[in-house]
Design a protein around this ligand. Structure first.
Ligand SMILES: [Zn+2]
Length: 429
């Protein structure tokens, strides 16, 4: 087995730490931001450029690759890493998020501001639903062609073994903040039983596929905003052992309100063993990264930096702006002054403005390279600041400047926000 994690340095206060994850395809220095390549490609960017911008690993999605091209094809190609020509470590998520997103309807998928919307605005009823959850698994309708499919913990494990990513996630039920407390409890119990089935299936598949590199399995913690449920989920999964098989790490999932994100990560990390890595699913905003790292999370993924890049939204240390606006038409300066990325060292805002206006494909490539580099570099800077005791100073300085910039001068942004999910028509993360 060639998977492992070790802590290298702990923050003096709180639960934050730096560390190293070893995988069969290389090591990941943590904290680290993982680039998202949903369909076995970081959209619009060559793998060589993904490597050059500093990404240490790529996360692909089981739901999408199961539907297209089919995970048997990825398996026959020699696994995700070889199929997509990414020689480094890979993650696959379980498909649960996308499948469950189909279930909650066509409107806003996950309402992060629970007080402003009612339940029926979020959760579609009856035949509107494209997915139905029962105790055994989820039946869903493909967003591509309307065909019917069924995911169970066993199917998710088989699909993820065929993908061959170094790190996989257990199949879990996703809830929204609007589900009742009683539903959250029932769902958490269902997720616990599914976690046991995932471990069992994972053990069997690992035995059957002895010619393949070891794949690590992370259990996924749900429990929404409830401290007792979150802690219970963490304790359950941390001690779970099926036929001698335990989780190699943990994913922190589910709906998280921005203001409680750090607190929730802290609750679960207090319960989790120190010697296993923790991945927080689906975040990339600077304040969220600082809060999560301070409270013990190690790795992160999110489609947001690349998704908004394709809508001309550019991250900088002074906040986000839209390069599409008229102010950038004759701006012959870099997207971000001082940025070391390929885009900023070779092109101007005026050129990007032109590419977006002309709807040229290169606009997506160049903007994505910058936004991914921005996010990867921020987490790298945090990792480098931690051993010297400079984490708090960096947090104060970075977020102060980022938010000052956001509230002055920098124009507004189109595209999705960090916690928005996509419409059910394209369950993309
Ligand atoms: Zn740049």
């Amino acid at each position: 087995m060639s998977f492992g994690y070790r802590v290298r340095h702990r923050l003096d206060t709180g639960l934050g730490r730096t560390g190293t994850i070893d995988t069969p395809h290389g090591t990941i220095e943590t904290p680290a931001f993982i680039a998202v390549g949903t369909k076995a490609t970081v959209k619009a960017v060559l793998p060589e450029a993904v490597r050059e911008l500093g990404a240490q690993a790529v996360l692909a999605n089981a739901y999408h690759l199961y539907l297209q091209p089919g995970t048997d094809i990825v398996d026959a190609a020699g696994g995700l890493s070889r199929f997509m020509n990414w020689p480094g470590p890979t993650f696959s998520d379980s498909g649960g998020f996308q499948v469950m997103s189909l279930g909650v309807g066509f409107k806003k998928v996950l309402a992060m501001e629970a007080d402003r919307v009612s339940n029926d605005q979020v959760i579609a009823e009856g035949k509107q639903r494209m997915a139905h959850v029962d105790d055994d698994g989820v039946t869903f309708t493909s967003h591509l062609d309307g065909s019917k499919h069924r995911f169970t913990p066993e199917v998710s494990m088989r699909v993820q073994h065929e993908l061959g990513a170094d790190i996989m996630f257990a199949f879990d039920e996703l809830t929204t903040l609007l589900n009742t407390r009683q539903y959250q409890e029932e769902s958490l119990e269902r997720t616990r039983l599914w976690a046991e089935r995932c471990l069992r299936a994972h053990g069997q598949l690992t035995e059957q596929r002895t010619d393949k590199p070891y794949q690590a399995l992370f259990g996924v913690l749900q429990g929404a905003q409830y401290e007792d449920l979150r802690r219970r989920a963490a304790r359950d999964l941390a001690t779970m052992s099926i036929d001698g098989q335990q989780f190699d790490g943990f994913g922190i999932g589910g709906a998280l309100e921005k203001e409680s994100l750090g607190r929730i990560v802290g609750w679960v990390c207090e319960e989790l063993p120190e010697d296993k890595p923790r991945h927080l699913l689906g975040i990339s905003e600077p304040e969220d990264l600082f809060a999560a790292i301070a409270n013990g999370a190690d790795t992160f993924d999110c489609v947001n930096p690349s998704r908004v890049a394709r809508n001309a939204a550019i991250y900088t240390a002074d906040g986000r702006y839209n390069v599409n606006t008229a102010a950038n038409r004759r701006a012959f300066t870099a997207l971000e002054e001082g940025c070391d990325c390929y885009t900023c060292t070779h092109y101007t805002r005026a050129y990007l403005h032109h590419l977006f206006k002309a709807r040229e494909m290169l606009s997506s490539t160049l903007a994505t390279i910058h936004n991914e580099r921005f996010t990867v570099r921020l987490v790298d800077d945090i990792r480098h600041a931690m051993p010297g005791g400079d984490f708090d100073a960096l947090r104060t300085e970075f977020l102060g400047r980022f938010h000052r910039g956001r509230h002055s001068g920098q124009s507004s942004v189109t595209g999705s926000q960090a916690h928005d999910s996509s419409p059910a028509g394209s369950p993309d993360r």
